[in-house]
Design a protein. Structure first.
Length: 188
């Protein structure tokens, strides 16, 4: 297994719709193992294949509840259904999120509080996940990556301007920009 470089906001793979996975091969299994290792090294709670430069509809996730109960898995070719958003501005204390492709920053973003995700696992078996709260946020965030959407693309105008300033300052708005967890220091 290997820790893979994570693409940063300007890389074209992050802004393109990922392709469906046809057959689950040994290469796909190795990619998923590398994604878990990269996600853990970052550390992160989710990682989509486009974030490591692979334009396929795969994401991994890992989260521990307040009581330490682990929740970890992979979804291949996911489909997402979500409860409509509650209108209003996001709460900066409870609804902020970050992203490994825009590291070191967090911004408030309103997400649906409940989702259902279906797809397959590494054995080709059906997956059906119904979650709420923070787990629902993770599912929506990672699913967005598969459609070429970064969470910063969904921010309000004020936060969007802040993102643009930070990206220019750090040189992140260009194709090929990446960082490797455990190897590179990120100016955050």
């Amino acid at each position: 297994m290997a820790v893979l470089p994570i693409r940063i906001m300007g890389d074209p793979v992050l802004h393109s719709v990922a392709e469906s996975v046809g057959e689950i091969t040994d290469e796909i299994r190795e990619l998923v193992a590398d994604m878990f290792e990269t996600m853990d090294a970052a550390p992160g709670v989710g990682l989509a294949a486009p974030q490591v430069g692979v334009p396929l509809r795969i994401y991994t996730y890992a989260y521990a509840d307040d009581d330490g109960t682990p929740w970890r898995g992979v979804v291949i070719n996911p489909e997402l259904w979500m409860r409509p958003l509650v209108p209003g501005a996001p709460d900066p204390d409870d609804e902020s999120e970050g992203c490994l492709s825009f590291p070191g920053e967090r911004f408030p973003l309103r997400r649906s509080d409940e989702v259902i995700v279906t797809g397959t696992d590494l054995d080709g078996e059906p997956v059906r996940i119904r979650v709420d709260g923070w787990r629902a946020r993770i599912m929506q965030h990672e699913f967005d990556h598969l459609d070429g959407i970064l969470y910063i693309d969904r921010l309000d105008d004020g936060d969007w301007k802040t993102v643009q300033k930070l990206a220019r300052k750090r040189g992140w708005g260009r194709p090929g920009a990446s960082w490797t967890p455990g190897v590179d220091d990120i100016d955050a």
